[in-house]
Design a protein around this ligand. Structure first.
Ligand SMILES: [Zn+2]
Length: 380
């Protein structure tokens, strides 16, 4: 237990001297000295000579030779893989397009192959990968490890993605949906850093949310917490692909946004709409403003329930900034109770959309590594 207290102290605070570790943990200097020797012998920490307050001191930090982490993040049309060490930087990354309506096994095969390629081209080998975090743009049942409903991935329902990927990669894996991963990324390195109660909204092809409660990602009883896209905002609204009527997604999902512009603008992609809105196209601006207002109505309900400090907007739609943020803020002020609305800070995510979920997947992989380290240390 004391070894873990020392390791947790340097994980949390970065490099510390033994005197500082004693201060943080409340352990005696002699005990810390013995524990650091044991951790060093186990290869869990590294010791670096330094000068503190004009005196020579040894700094203790988590060993860098602790192995690599990988991320595999699926979109509806692509898969991105990345390597990292658990910090805010990605060491290397690669992207590959996927055919529309591809089957899950094809996605798993391509994702795994891309990891092998990236590891090889980065001069590493698979043995160095300690854990892999995987993201899918669909609700994940954390009990079964399967895709809980189709989301925007029609061919993936009921597929045991986690165990298939673990087999294809030969490493431990953890799976989560990409809105949760982006929330994890923002919570560790971005707009929700240090925030105890926060909501991350991902608005791209669909809308999802990641809930941070007590500084931790809240997944609910089976992992599907945060499905804000299927919150009813109009009981008499159009039928949603989930079977309900008037879900937020039927108003602000890519289908709705592109559908609203089809008569006036022809066939566009979400990327086109965002680019044209930024160039001042009135129709494209209008449809995204309306989306911001609808998202704000749904977020107001969550603001009432959770009383968050911060709501951060990410995903492709966040690229238009205030155009979507301002109507969102107005709707929250109009629909949430005044005290909750007044205390919430609505802001843009600090990470790029394609960066947030990848960093979150690496954070997830880091949790697997940390658990393995704890288990190993407990038996040193
Ligand atoms: Zn729905």
């Amino acid at each position: 237990m004391n070894r873990l207290r020392v390791l947790d102290a340097v994980r949390e605070h970065g490099a510390l001297t033994q005197v500082e570790i004693a201060g943080v943990t409340g352990l005696s200097a002699a005990t810390v000295s013995n524990l650091v020797k044991e951790l060093d012998a186990a290869g869990a920490v590294q010791l670096t000579p330094s000068i503190r307050n004009g005196r020579r001191a040894v700094q203790v930090s988590v060993a860098a030779s602790h192995g690599l982490l990988a991320a595999v993040v699926f979109g509806d049309r692509d898969v991105r893989v990345a390597l990292g060490t658990g910090g805010p930087e990605v060491l290397s990354q690669k992207r590959m397009p996927l055919p529309a309506d591809h089957a899950a096994d094809e996605g798993v095969t391509r994702g795994a192959r891309l990891v092998h390629e990236l590891v090889a081209t980065s001069g590493h080998d698979m043995g160095e990968i300690r854990a892999v975090g995987i993201g899918l743009p669909a609700p994940i049942d954390t009990v079964s490890g399967q895709v809980g409903s189709e989301g925007i991935l029609p061919g993936w329902r009921g597929v045991p993605v986690a165990s298939d990927m673990a087999e294809a990669l030969g490493t431990p894996v953890l799976l989560d949906n990409t809105a949760n991963l982006a929330a994890l990324g923002e919570s560790k390195f971005g707009a929700l850093q240090g925030v105890s109660t926060g909501i991350f909204i991902k608005a791209s092809y669909g809308v999802g949310a990641g809930l941070i409660i007590g500084g931790e990602l809240f997944r609910g009883s089976a992992g599907t917490a945060g499905e804000i896209g299927h919150v009813t905002i109009d009981e008499d609204g159009p039928i949603c692909r989930c079977g309900n009527r008037g879900c937020l997604d039927t108003f602000v999902g890519a289908q709705a946004v592109l559908g609203a512009l089809r008569d006036s603008h022809g066939a566009l992609t979400l990327r086109d709409v965002i680019a044209r809105a930024r160039d001042g196209d009135p129709g494209c601006r209008r449809v995204l403003e309306d989306a911001g207002r609808h998202i704000g109505v749904a977020v107001a309900g969550v603001v009432n329930l959770l009383n968050p400090e911060v709501v951060a907007l990410g995903g492709q739609v966040a690229r238009v900034g205030d155009l979507v943020l301002d109507p969102m803020r107005e709707a929250i002020e109009r629909c949430a109770i005044p005290s909750a609305a007044a205390s919430v800070d609505l802001r843009l995510g600090a990470l790029r959309p394609e960066e947030a979920d990848v960093l979150g997947a690496l954070v997830l992989a880091d949790q697997v590594r940390e658990d393995a380290d704890r288990a190993a240390l407990a038996t040193v």
